[in-house]
Design a binder for this molecule. Structure first.
Ligand code: PMP
Length: 430
């Protein structure tokens, strides 16, 4: 005990000294001394010096594939005083969010909610609820997101079939129909905005094919919602999800998702319970007031601040209008393409119409080390751009100009930073 106490005391004194040197706020050392007694009596793990220092989060230009910068209005909404997750005002806010998502997705689906979690939570929710172990699932893989969904479906015991193309590749409706005929899946997954490759996949006609073969059509719009047109109802998409931190410009941590009647029929008539309690739509639909029952019961404590921020981001999209938002992303992307080509860079997706307007992929310029270029841009311009992800690593560099960040002035800044990096980073093999 003595040894522990001595350890605690000397450690604390060292921390106190360190805190006095490191922290600009000398006042921090006083509470530390007060805590000494407590630590000596029962606490063997001392408070870490790092946590006693003030929080530091630098201001950065988030011009990568997400998260994107959050505008002050959304930050302020997230900073409002907390209310209870089951208060009537919170239910109102959740009802507003539901309406906002219905607009953003262009759907009248009643079963429209936000996950308490990032885009992955929506991916897992979609698969866990609509697929039972042993059922066949078909996944289109042309970048990392299909790979992820295939793994999620494998983990819950589905019989997973993969259609694979290299990053940037896309699937024709004929290829999709042939694979559906062969594997008879209950669910077909496609990424609309493949952020790892910079591809915006065509969606028209696929929903009809799925319907014809009694298969649900699941589409990921995490990176494309608000940036490229998607019409959930008109395009016969059965399950659609997105994330909060891309063109919606809310902080990461919430993820809108919607299920149509076909999807609801499948997920509410299953023989087994979904593997996840947290993501079970039987409970979530009640929590979000979608199940027609008079009482909304406690299931989990939703991220209250995250929902405030999400509501504000959906309000901004509704004020601006979807069509205006799509147009802006297209215009700024076209401006960026011109600037990149003027710098002698090559766009990774050759077909202009297939490029994702929110995330632009550049082929790594010959001879350069892409890690060096990106590190230079971060160091000298406080600007995030990223390399590839999953199968596109080493193939691309990515620039994201999404929502609030989607301005020609920001494209100019990104181009200036790139030009500077190309000039100053020695050509060396990656
Ligand atoms: N799908 C796509 C297309 C994405 O771009 C991302 C995030 N980069 C995700 C899914 C996963 O979202 P999250 O990181 O919020 O879990």
């Amino acid at each position: 005990v003595m040894q522990r106490a001595l350890f605690s005391r000397s450690t604390l004194l060292a921390q106190q000294a360190a805190a006095a040197i490191d922290s600009p706020l000398a006042a921090r050392s006083a509470p530390l001394l007060q805590r000494l007694d407590r630590t000596m009596s029962s606490v063997t793990i001392p408070p870490p010096a790092c946590i006693l220092r003030p929080l530091e989060a630098p201001l950065r230009y988030l011009f990568g594939p997400g998260p994107s910068n959050v505008p002050p209005r959304i930050l302020a909404a997230g900073g409002r005083p907390i209310i209870g997750h089951l208060h009537p005002e919170m239910y109102e806010i959740m009802n507003d969010i539901k309406k906002g998502i219905q607009y953003a997705f262009q759907t009248e689906n009643n079963m429209t909610i936000s996950m308490s979690g990032s885009g992955h939570a929506a991916m897992e929710c979609a698969v866990f609820n609509t697929v039972e172990p042993g059922e066949s699932v078909l996944v289109a893989i042309n970048g990392i997101w299909g790979e992820r969904v295939a793994e999620i479906a494998e983990r819950m015991g589905a019989n997973v079939h993969k259609m694979v193309k290299t990053p940037g590749g896309y699937f024709t409706n004929k290829e999709i129909e042939q694979a559906i005929e062969k594997h008879k899946p209950v669910l077909f997954f496609l990424t609309h905005g493949e952020s790892s490759a910079g591809l915006c996949h065509p969606v028209d006609g696929i929903g009809d094919i799925c319907r014809k073969h009694n298969c649900l059509f699941l589409v990921d719009t995490v990176a494309s919602l608000g940036a490229a047109p998607i019409f959930m109802d008109k395009q016969n998409i059965d399950i659609l999800y997105t994330g909060s931190q891309k063109a919606l410009n809310a902080p990461p941590g919430t993820a809108p998702i919607s299920f149509n009647d076909r999807a609801c029929h499948k997920m509410f008539n299953r023989k087994t319970k979904p593997v996840s309690y947290l993501f079970d739509m039987t409970h979530l639909s009640n929590y979000w007031g979608c199940d027609g029952k008079p009482a909304r019961l406690y299931h989990h404590t939703g991220p209250v601040s995250g929902f405030f921020a999400l509501r504000e981001s959906l309000a901004i999209l509704a004020e601006k209008g979807l069509e205006e938002s799509w147009k802006k992303h297209k215009e700024v992307a076209a401006y960026l393409y011109r600037g990149l080509e003027d710098l002698g860079l090559k766009l990774f997706i050759p077909e202009r119409d297939l490029r994702l307007p929110s995330v632009t992929t550049i082929a790594i310029p010959d001879g350069y080390n892409w890690r060096e270029l990106l590190a230079y841009i971060m160091k000298h311009h406080q600007m995030e751009m990223t390399g590839g992800l999953g199968p596109s690593i080493g193939m691309v560099m990515r620039i994201g100009l999404m929502g609030y960040n989607c301005e020609k002035t920001n494209a100019d800044m990104a181009l200036h930073a790139l030009a500077d990096a190309l000039k100053n980073c020695k050509k060396s093999k990656a």
